[in-house]
Design a binder for this molecule. Structure first.
Ligand code: PEP
Ligand code: MG
Length: 901
């Protein structure tokens, strides 16, 4: 049988269904499904994502040949269902052509509406609808969209003014009007003429008049848009594979701009910002879909309740609200009821919050799209837990609904409650994406990186701004509702955003924003509250939020299913405490070198390094001992009852010596030696490749007295705590082991020291001695090492460095390019390379356990808090992952998800 490339739907029938997302894209699969469950959807068809891949391989001509019979049949099917004819002058079928990938990529790819119009068909539509203005306005929009998207009229220039908009603005200025709706039929006719002329001038080609030519051009343009810069960037940001491709959805047009019984809007079954179970959304009477999202006209609320809240936000009295901004519930009560029951039906069916697009054409409701709605981290948690409480989903499903990385948003800053009291509110917009942000104003997305903390201020944002939005701390726009591009994208990123702050006057030329009588310049500080919509003058201090309620329940539920423990990487009692509050069960890595930098410690450390004899070194180490012991007591106490893995000194010694003349002089004076001697020692420590040099256990094996001192400090600290009734559980870890002998010698020193301390104190304590597995050779000989070690901890930072041969410190110069070019999918220092480095981790674990079946295995590289890497660690059979304190909740959830999956 021939491969099927086109799937039709309409009038309650469909060839596809919801679980065919990979083939039909999210939009196409759901359009089919809506037909099957009796939701009104304009008839149409979906060209599969596989065709996009074929197109990328074969090019335009062969793909059009392949598609032709099926697309023609599918168009005839729409003609039959709508009693119209594609390309006809009297009774033309008009269609929309939209992209639709497996994962939703809002605004990233292209859409063309009203396709099928030409100079004849426009007359047919005018006659059929009895509305000449509508017909010409549709034609005007079509030429503009098609010109921009298919014929490449839109420039990539920074001021982003669409060439057609320029023509429109000029006409409006001459006529002295503001709104598009004030244009007359004659104006619209004139505009279409001018638009086409501009197309001819800029592209050298005539605007296509044949509906079929238009259709093929649009289909190919949608496939091409898979490869546009913003789509590629969005995919990188959201880990969407390039090879997925997009489907193309062609659908009979329905019009929300056919007069006052027509409307169009976007609706959510629950609140996408807070998660509250409240049907809400925005609509505009007599408008086409892009009018709502473009934010040119301020959309109104769908429900009366929402509208009241919205109005309150804007401080508008109730009577004024009802006349100026009535809800759909008030303007079209019967249709509202119908829409309300559709939204219920869709949420019940999909068992998740839905984000829908609808159009009302002359009193008839049509759904154009439904999908699981994007939401903030807070809404994600609330919706999952509410659906669980409503018994719509079970615990496992609720946990799997959560995106671990998004929990991060719940840990996001809020304004300091004291600082905010004296802050001056400049303006109020819509609370588009929660959190607090403070930063310096930038007006252009590509300048967001100019300050460490920037707030991107725009009249409105467009998909081209994506990268800058990601870099900025917060986003503020003058136009646009809760479903504007800025709002949707910011929520997806978990970035604080205030949109539609109407009192802002942004001037890109002068790089200023005026609010009332205050004018702010680029670089001035402002602050945003994305949860209330407030905009404040100046910098306002932010602080961390407190977490309780559903967040706590999710963490509890995670622990019920999880098999791995989550530990933390912490070097101070403070970090250990924070991590413990987030649910860390132990420390997986305490880097002792961080303890050597403060005050008099660094002096003693330098003295030790500069000493030329063992006696000299021992003398300096004796000074360090009490500091170390005190530090270890603090951290062991903060994690009492749980294992604390303390790693012996790891970095190359040159990191501890002064490199500037002034400090070298100071050191020489302090130590009573000559400057030249200091200089000579510093020079001696200089290495060509310090990461592969004299570091890790190579230090302890050349200067055993260092290991001795550290082991003594750890054991003494634990004994001191024991005497106070505190349950200290030290695990001493040897870094950078490559051969079993290296480990054996270190372990022997530790055990000898412990024995000595026990004898001195006439007391003892349980401790473990294990090793990091961070050199490929250690992974390869893990069975030998496991015979002597109590535990393994994979140091995937060094293991990645040495497996790839990429310097951790220098990879920044080429990794971004490698990722951009697709040579690497991810930064392997962030996301564990499962195929390569992961293989060593797997082998190391298996070999280790073959020698010692109950060997404790964990990970303490950066990957320990990254969800896909956590899942890998679970699958390998690790006992725990260890990550920085703020990633502990993320790792707990990811570990539970791995166990459930
Ligand atoms: C590692 O190498 O993965 C590790 C945790 O140690 P460090 O980052 O301190 O080298
Ligand atoms: Mg390391």
């Amino acid at each position: 049988m021939n491969k099927k490339r086109v799937y039709s739907f309409g009038n309650g029938n469909a060839e596809g269904k919801a679980d065919m997302k990979n083939l039909l894209g999210g939009k196409g699969a759901n359009l089919a499904e809506m037909n099957l469950i009796g939701v009104p959807v304009p008839p149409g068809f979906t060209i599969t994502t596989e065709v996009c891949t074929e197109y990328n391989e074969l090019g335009k001509k062969p793909v059009v040949e392949l598609l032709k019979p099926e697309v023609e049949a599918a168009i005839h099917n729409i003609e039959r269902l709508t009693s119209t004819k594609f390309g006809d002058a009297q009774n033309p079928l008009l269609v929309s052509v939209r992209s639709g990938a497996r994962a939703s990529m809002p605004g990233m790819m292209d859409t063309i509406l009203n396709l099928g119009l030409n100079d004849e068909a426009v007359a047919g539509i005018a006659k059929k609808s009895g509305n000449e203005w509508f017909a010409w306005d549709s034609y005007r929009r079509f030429v503009q969209m098609y010109g921009d998207v298919v014929l490449g009229m839109k420039t990539e220039s920074k001021d982003e003014i669409d060439p057609f908009e320029k023509i429109m603005e000029a006409v409006k200025e001459v006529k002295g009007i503001n709104l598009d709706t004030e244009l007359t039929v004659e104006d619209l006719k004139d505009l279409v003429k001018r638009f086409k002329k501009a197309v001819k001038e800029q592209t050298g080609k005539d605007f296509p008049t044949s509906a079929w030519d238009q259709l093929w051009g649009a289909i190919i343009a949608v496939f091409d848009s898979w490869q546009n810069t913003r789509a590629i960037y969005y995919r990188r940001l959201n880990n969407i594979p390039d090879e997925w491709g997009t489907a193309v959805n062609v659908q009979a047009m329905v019009f929300g701009n056919m007069g006052n019984t027509s409307a169009t809007g976007v609706a959510f079954t629950r609140d996408a910002a807070t998660g509250e179970n409240l049907f809400n959304g925005e609509y505009l009477i007599n408008a086409q879909g892009e009018d709502v999202v473009a934010g040119v006209r301020t959309p109104q609320e769908i429900t009366l309740e929402g509208s009241r809240r919205w109005a309150n936000l804007q401080n508008i009295p109730e009577n004024e609200r009802a006349t100026k901004y009535p809800s759909l519930e008030e303007t079209m009560p019967v249709l509202f009821k119908e829409l309300n029951s559709v939204q219920q039906k869709l949420e019940d069916h999909y068992k998740d919050m839905q984000d829908m697009e609808f159009t009302i054409q002359e009193g008839k409701l049509w759904l154009l799209q439904t999908r699981n709605g994007k939401r903030t981290g807070a809404a994600m948690v609330k919706i999952a837990m509410d659906l669980l409480r409503e018994k719509t989903i079970d615990e496992k499903t609720a946990l799997l609904r959560l995106e671990p990385n998004k929990l991060d948003e719940l840990l996001h800053p809020v304004f300091d409650s004291v600082a905010i009291r004296s802050a001056n509110v400049l303006a109020k917009g819509l609370p588009a994406s929660p959190g607090a942000a403070t930063g310096q104003i930038v007006f252009f997305a590509d300048e967001a990186g100019n300050y460490e903390n920037s707030i991107l201020v725009r009249i409105e944002t467009s998909p081209e701004d994506l990268e800058g939005m990601n870099v900025a701390r917060g986003i503020l726009t003058a136009r646009g509702g809760m479903t504007s591009h800025a709002a949707v994208v910011a929520r997806g990123m978990g970035k604080c955003c205030v949109s539609g702050a109407g009192s802002l006057r942004v001037n890109y030329k002068t790089r200023t924003v005026t609010i009332g009588d205050i004018t702010l310049n680029e670089g001035d500080w402002i602050s945003l509250n994305g949860s209330t919509g407030e905009v404040y003058e100046d910098k306002v201090m932010t602080r961390k939020p407190d977490m309780s309620g559903d967040f706590g329940l999710i963490m509890e539920m995670s622990d019920k299913f999880t098999r791995m423990n989550v530990r933390t990487n912490a070097d101070t009692p403070k970090d250990a405490k924070t991590a413990r509050e987030y649910g860390a069960k132990g420390i997986g890595l305490c880097r002792t070198e961080h303890m050597f930098f403060e005050g008099s410690r660094i002096k003693a450390m330098r003295e030790m390094i500069l000493a030329s004899t063992t006696t000299g070194r021992k003398k300096a180490l004796a000074k360090l001992l009490p500091y170390q012991r005190e530090d270890f007591e603090g951290i062991l106490e903060a994690m009492a009852g749980y294992g604390v893995t303390i790693r012996l000194l790891d970095p190359p010694l040159h990191e501890f010596v002064p490199h500037q003349l002034a400090t070298q002089k100071e050191l020489a004076d302090e130590m009573g030696i000559s400057l030249d001697m200091v200089k000579a020692k510093v020079a001696e420590l200089e290495e060509f490749n310090p990461m592969l040099g004299h570091r890790g256990c190579r230090l302890g094996n050349t200067y055993p007295e260092i290991t001795e001192m550290q082991a003594r400090a750890i054991i003494e600290a634990a004994l001191n705590l024991k005497s106070k009734g505190i349950d200290a559980r030290p695990e001493i870890m040897v870094p950078l082991v490559g051969t079993i002998k290296e480990f054996e010698i270190q372990a022997e020193i530790i055990h000898k020291t412990a024995k000595k301390v026990f004898e001195e104190r006439n007391d003892s304590i349980h401790y473990q001695v294990g090793t990091m597995i961070e050199i490929p050779r250690a992974a390869l000989t893990a069975d030998l090492i496991a015979r002597e070690a109590d535990f393994f901890s994979f140091g995937t930072n060094d293991l990645t460095q040495m497996t790839f041969g990429y310097s951790r410190d220098d990879a920044g110069s080429f990794l971004p390019i490698y990722i951009n070019k697709g040579i690497l999918k991810n930064d392997p220092f962030q996301v564990l390379d499962q195929d390569g480095v992961g293989l060593l981790v797997k082998m190391g674990t298996e070999k280790g356990r073959s020698a010692k079946p109950d060997l404790k295995v964990g990970i303490c590289g950066e990957h320990g808090g990254e969800p896909s890497s956590v899942e890998f660690c679970h699958n390998v059979g690790m006992n725990y992952v260890s990550c920085s304190p703020f990633r502990v909740p993320i790792a707990r959830l990811a570990a539970a998800q791995a166990a459930i999956r």
